[in-house]
Ligand binder design. Sequence first.
Ligand code: NAD
Length: 286
Amino acid sequence: MTKIIDGKALAAKIRQELAEEIGALSARYESKPGLAVIQVGADPASSIYVRNKKRACEEAGIVSFGYDLPAEVSQSELLELIETLNNDERVNGILCQLPVPDHIDEFTILSAIDPAKDVDGFHPVNVGLLSIGHDCLVSCTPAGVLEMMHAYDLPIEGQRCVVIGRSNIVGKPVAQLMLKEHATVTIAHSRTKNLPALCREADILIAAIGRAGFVTTDFVKPGATVIDVGINRNEEGKVVGDVAFDEVSKVAGAITPVPGGVGPMTIAMLLKNTVKAWRKANGIIE
Ligand code: NAD
C-alpha cells in the first residue's frame, strides 16, 4: 500500500504545537516572536504568499510586521529598511519575498539580512553552515521535506537519493539535508543524461523542477519514496506537481500529493524558524 504523505495535516499539527509553545513561553519571558515580511511591488502570486504567511503568523501568536514597498523603491532604500529591521529587537525573523524587481540585486538583499534573522535560510552564512552540516536556519521548503520524512518514518540513512533540480532555494539545500542525514545523493538537472534511468536507481526521488507531470512511472523504482516539490498550473488551471500523481502513486512506496504535500509544510517551517530565531535571541533553551 502506498503511503500518501499528508503535508496539510502535518503542517496543521506543527502550527498548533508552535502556537502552544509560543503561548507558554511568551507569557513566561514577556516577549513574543516577531516576523517582518517585505514585499516589493504587487506581483499577485507574491501577494497571496505574503498574505498567507502573515495570517499563519497571527494564528500562531507571532507578531507580523508587513512592509509593502512600491516596485520602484531603490535598492538603497530597501537596504536601509533591512538595516533598521536587523536592529529592531521586536523582529526575530526577516524575509523579503522573492522575486524582487530587476533593478534590485537579489544576492545583495539576501546578504544584508542578519543571518540570525534569516528565517528563509537564504543568507550565504546559513547556506555555508548547512553545507558543513552545522546547526543553522535551513530554508523552509527543504526543511519541510525532511520534517515530513521523519514524521512518516521514511528511511534516509544509506538510501540512494536523486534530487531533480539544482536551484538555491530547493534543489541544492534539500540535497545537503539528505546528505547530512546520510543518504547517498545525486543532483540531476536539465543537462543530466539518461534522467529516467538515473531516477530509477533512487530509493528517494525528490522532484523540484517546475514542470507539470514531468516525473512518470518510467522514473520511479517500485517502492521508492517520491517527494513532489513542484507547484504548477496545468492546462485546466489546476494546481499540479512535477509528478504524474495518478500513475506514480500506484508504484511508489510513499508519495506527497500536490496540493496538500510539501506546500503547506513550507509555511509551517517558516514559523518554526521564526520561533527558533526568537528563542536564540532571548536565550530560551527550555
Ligand atoms: P528553478 O526554476 O529555480 O529550478 C528548476 C530546476 O529544474 C533547475 O535546476 C533545472 O535544471 C531543473 N530542470 C528544469 N527542466 C529540467 C528537465 N527537463 N530535466 C531535468 N531537470 C530540469 O525552480 P525552483 O525554484 O527550484 O522550483 C521548482 C518547483 O518547485 C517549481 O514548480 C516551484 O513552483 C516549486 N516550489 C515549491 C515550493 C513549495 O513550497 N512547495 C517552494 C519553492 C518552489
